[in-house]
Design a protein around this ligand. Structure first.
Ligand code: 13P
Length: 253
């Protein structure tokens, strides 16, 4: 069966000291309050990864990065590759977050390459997709999400796709306090799983975790996480506060 996952994307927040503080609190609270409920992933800024790898050792909490480059090494000043991430203990990497699609103009074709580099380096990709409000209002949400999935992922074979986690993050719900309703989210998740079934078969599609992200918080988490095709959350704002993050983990049934 597929895994339940709660991942905290810290984005460009928290100094090193603040990051260590938050991770220490989460580590302590997880060991005190939850046992094996789900996989837990912290996704801090690059600069925090190496130190947090030591801090989280033996805690069971995994480390993710927010991006990687589409090459393994070379003259790309300011970039970080999946190969380098692997060397500091990273197990997951976000690929295609909407903030990067928007501000860095990342295309599905580029993201497909990044996924290849991540998998080559035995890092699991968390592939983000989602429609804007304009696209939803125009009735194009299904089509937009399908093309992001097809163009970003469908070059992978069955064994490769099983190493990918998907994250539906409707752009209009990110950082806005406006969450997709459980029905709206479930409808897209089911549609995506159907597309995966058509391409890879039912057993493979049924084993892939599809997370929801976009203003998930302790008050709306249990309804969203209770939906059949929602296998966890990718949390932004509420992952910056240990109590809120823990309460979301506890909302997994
Ligand atoms: P918020 O939870 O702050 O809406 O952010 C969601 C997100 O973008 C996680 O990657």
């Amino acid at each position: 069966m597929r895994k339940n996952i709660i991942a905290g994307n810290w984005k460009m927040n928290l100094s090193l000291e603040q990051g260590y503080g938050l991770a220490s609190e989460i580590k302590w609270m997880v060991s005190d309050e939850v046992s094996n409920k789900c996989d837990i992933i912290l996704i801090p800024p690059f600069t925090h990864l190496s130190g947090l790898n030591s801090l989280l050792k033996d805690s069971g909490i995994k480390l993710g990065a927010q991006n990687c480059h589409h090459e393994n090494s070379g003259a790309y000043t300011g970039e970080i590759s999946a190969e380098i991430l692997k060397s500091v203990g990273v197990s997951y990497v976000l690929i295609g977050h909407s903030e990067r699609r928007t501000f860095q103009n990342e295309t599905n074709a580029l993201l497909a390459n990044k996924i290849n580099r991540a998998l080559e380096n035995e890092i699991q990709a968390i592939y983000c997709f989602g429609e804007t409000l304009e696209q939803r209002d125009a009735g194009n949400a299904f089509e937009v999400n399908l093309s992001q999935i097809k163009e970003g992922l469908f070059h992978l074979d069955t064994s490769q796709i099983q190493k990918v986690i998907l994250a539906y993050e409707p752009v209009w719900a990110i950082g806005t306090g406006k969450t997709a309703s459980p029905q709206q989210a479930q409808e897209i998740h089911r549609f995506v799983r159907q597309a995966l079934t058509e391409k890879y078969g039912e057993a493979t599609a049924g084993s892939i975790s599809i997370l929801y992200g976009g203003s998930m918080n302790p008050s709306n988490a249990s309804e969203l996480l209770g939906c059949e095709d929602i296998d966890g959350g990718l949390i932004g704002g509420s992952s910056l506060e240990s109590r809120a993050f823990l309460d979301i983990i506890k909302a997994i049934d």
